[in-house]
Design a protein around this ligand. Structure first.
Ligand code: GLY
Length: 287
């Protein structure tokens, strides 16, 4: 069987406690196992984000922030380098929004929002959860943001995101996550996933512009440093990037994130994982 480079980066969101990197590591392992079992790269990527949604310590899935009326509305998206894209916005009552986004990506639609997204998820038999199951973790939990994953599997790339949005935002507020080229982008030259202040990330069309730097041959480490510099220090921002030249990630505050790599189908090769911190010390790491 053909040897294939596998690289998986997972993060728990800008502002997440770097001590929670055990959670991002588990998500990375879930993804690696899925890739090794032959799943499509976009499915493996979504499995990682679903693991982060189920963790409870991150702002996604059961750990999602509440809106100012006490409701929980979540956004999620996924994309691969073959041009597959799907997203949901302001989804309520479903445990794994990223799995709903993946099903949307296989439908005739690209983005479903609100009541229609809820109906679609129900029709597809997606797993539900009740708002009282939302976990409360950490004193400064309200400042944490979107979780994400980027993956390389040989020549293919994929990325996925999930978020509970801004703590105490008005119901119906939607950020960068379901917007292609804003929170995420994947193409033949790599994959990008961002986290942080959704309105600012969207207005800068951040993920597409970061991807265009990869297209021009910039190393992921330089891309991470360049893109972080587009944001004021007071604006929460983080990013993970993978290309054929390597990988990198960083944030302008703490962020739990993990990088794992291995060569599939090479005898004796095991995943090598590193838990990283995201803040200044994690900025621009590459492999
Ligand atoms: N970055 C996620 C959001 O602002 O909703």
């Amino acid at each position: 069987m053909e040897e294939k480079k596998l690289v998986v980066l997972t993060h728990g969101g800008a502002g997440s406690d770097p001590a929670f990197a055990d959670g991002t590591a588990i998500a990375g392992q879930v993804c690696m196992m899925s890739l090794q079992s032959g799943d499509p790269v976009i499915d493996a990527t979504c499995h990682a984000v679903a693991a982060l949604e189920d963790d409870g310590r991150f702002n996604a899935g059961i750990g999602s922030h509440k809106r100012n009326d006490g409701t929980v509305q979540m956004d999620a998206s996924c994309m691969d380098s073959a041009g597959t894209f799907g997203a949901v916005a302001a989804l309520e009552g479903f445990k794994n929004p990223v799995r709903v986004a993946r099903i949307v990506s296989q439908s005739e639609y690209k983005i479903l929002a609100g009541r229609g997204a809820n109906q679609f998820a129900a029709d597809q038999g997606c797993e539900t959860f009740l708002p009282h199951q939302v976990a409360k973790t950490g004193a400064d939990f309200s400042t944490t943001d979107t979780v994400g994953c980027v993956v390389r599997s040989g020549d293919q790339f994929a990325c996925a995101l999930s978020t509970g949005g801004i703590d105490k935002a008005v119901p119906g507020r939607v950020g960068d996550v379901p917007l292609i080229g804003c929170g995420l982008y994947a193409g033949a030259d790599g994959a990008v996933a961002t986290t942080g202040a959704g309105e600012v990330i969207a207005m800068k069309v951040t993920a597409l512009r970061a991807y265009q730097l990869l297209e021009r041959g910039m190393h992921p480490q330089a891309v991470v440093a360049t893109v972080i510099a587009w944001f004021e220090e007071t604006t929460a921002f983080g990013i993970i990037v993978v290309s054929k030249n390597g990988f990198a990630g960083g944030a302008n505050r703490g962020m739990a994130w993990t990088a794992s790599e291995m060569v599939a189908n090479r005898e004796g090769d095991e995943p090598r994982s590193r838990n990283l911190r995201g803040g200044v010390e994690g900025r621009g790491r590459s492999g």
